[in-house]
Design a protein around this ligand. Structure first.
Ligand SMILES: [Zn+2]
Ligand SMILES: [Zn+2]
Ligand SMILES: [Zn+2]
Length: 137
C-alpha cells in the first residue's frame, strides 16, 4: 500500500515524504471521504502547517480532492488516475448519509452527462444526501 502511494507521488513529481504517505494511507484506507478531523486523529504527530501544505500539494497534483466542504468540515478522497495537476475530472456524486454522517464518493448507475447550451463545461459537482448502504441494512 505505502509502496503504491510512493509511486503515485513520484509519478506526480512529489517527494514521497512520510507525511504524504501517511495522509494518503489514511484517506485511501477509509472507504469513504475522510474529514480533516479524522486525518488529524489518525496522525501520530503533525503540525498544522505541514498537514495543510500536504493536503494542498496532494490536491494540486490531482492525487486527492475535496469531496465536501461545509460547516462540519472538509472531507478528502482519493482521485482516480485521470485526474492531473491541471484538471480534476470527477463524474461522481458526493453523498452524505443523514444517519452516520459519512461522506462518500459514489458513481451513479448512469454516467452523469450535463450540458449547458452555449457554455463550455469543464466540470461540475453534485452533492446528494440520503441514507447509505450500511445504515439501510
Ligand atoms: Zn481529482
Ligand atoms: Zn450511513
Ligand atoms: Zn469524490
Amino acid at each position: 500500500m505505502s509502496l503504491q502511494f510512493a509511486e503515485i507521488l513520484r509519478d506526480r513529481n512529489l517527494k514521497a515524504t512520510p507525511m504524504r504517505i501517511e495522509v494518503l494511507q489514511i484517506i485511501g484506507g477509509a472507504g469513504h471521504a475522510v474529514s480533516l478531523t479524522e486525518i488529524q486523529n489518525n496522525l501520530q504527530n503533525f503540525d498544522r502547517v505541514t498537514l495543510y501544505r500536504t493536503l494542498q500539494s496532494l490536491t494540486e497534483k490531482g492525487i486527492i480532492h475535496k469531496a465536501l466542504d461545509d460547516e462540519t468540515g472538509s472531507y478528502f478522497a482519493l482521485c482516480k488516475d485521470e485526474c492531473s495537476s491541471k484538471n480534476h475530472h470527477h463524474h461522481h456524486i458526493h453523498f452524505r448519509c443523514k444517519k452516520c454522517e459519512e461522506v462518500y464518493c459514489l458513481s451513479p448507475k448512469k454516467e452523469l452527462d450535463i450540458q449547458i447550451p452555449g457554455f463550455k463545461l469543464e466540470g461540475f459537482e453534485v452533492e446528494a444526501t440520503g441514507v447509505c448502504e450500511s445504515c439501510l441494512s
